[in-house]
Design a protein around this ligand. Sequence first.
Ligand code: G6P
Length: 369
Amino acid sequence: EQIEKGGYEHFMLKEIYEQPNVIKDTYRGRLLANSGIIQMAGIEDNIEKFLNADRILIIACGTSWHAGLVAEYIIEEFARIPVEVEYASEFRYRNPIITNKDVVIAISQSGETADTLAAIKLSKEKGAFVFGVCNVVGSSISRETHAGAYTHAGPEIGVASTKAFTTQITVLTMMALRLAKAKGTISNSDFHRYLLELEVIPEKVMEALQTNDISKEIAAIYKDAPNCLYLGRGYNFPVALEGALKLKEISYIHAEGYPAAEMKHGPIALIDEKMPVVVIAPKQNHYDKVVSNIQEIKSRSGKIIAIVTKGDVQVKDLADHVIEIPDSSDALSPLLTTIPLQLLSYHIAVMRGCNVDQPRNLAKSVTVE
Ligand code: G6P
């Protein structure tokens, strides 16, 4: 097992550090940035299905559901196709409206999650075209779907998903850009720009991994907190949910992710000097709004841990701690903002003496209801 861990103390840490490489493995052969091409066999063969779809329904569970939320933002922004994201467990039992004009995207690392599998079967019965985004080759979900695209994350052993999440986002981003190109909803120059940016994302992820030391220092300060709040806007709202899930899963600290602007409709009541608030605040579209959310937390004495773009000054002035990540466009930022949140949870869990790779009560893949 020590050999399999490749010198890392836990599988989770090893898998966090594998992300630059596995993101590259996932886009290899599909993203030809210099030629301005994205080609994914499962999409090319079925492009009409996507272009004629009334809407895209994304079904998944857990971390894969969070990747689905990121995909909703990116597909709607670029390809202008309406997207709905559902928990597979809810979808299958609520007599949903599905037609043969729907495209269903099922996202699953293991390809074995019982609820997702059942939701796929239901969608097929109702005539929808079902596309899978799976990591495990030959898994039940990859066999049950009409077509699909694999993530190439390699085996993920740690129960808390890390590299599967970022490779799912990589696949879904390529899909969104490919569909946008086919629909003509993205300009050639933007398309090319995003392709080039995606190509250098692994280097930026590598740079984001250098936040390990500062994440560890911050972890030492907050490891005994009973609660933690995660806030983000836009593309980083799903990242806030994922950050909170990671902390809950492996450190057993109660954590909640929220859209930053929704804070005033509830969670703000919880903020006092004992409450750490992780705010994802890269220098992007909603930056000024996030800055005012941070001011609201500060005026209630909450402790602010901010994820910011390198060189940021405004948030740095307000926050108790900042973690700097490389600059990127809005749409690609989840691939970077996720990294310090994974590291923060990891270090907190280790310091609390938790079983990081096999947290209590959780399974890597839930094959029963
Ligand atoms: C379990 C795992 C999670 C995972 C979820 C969905 O809860 O512990 O890490 O996100 O199942 O699994 P899937 O394999 O379908 O992505």
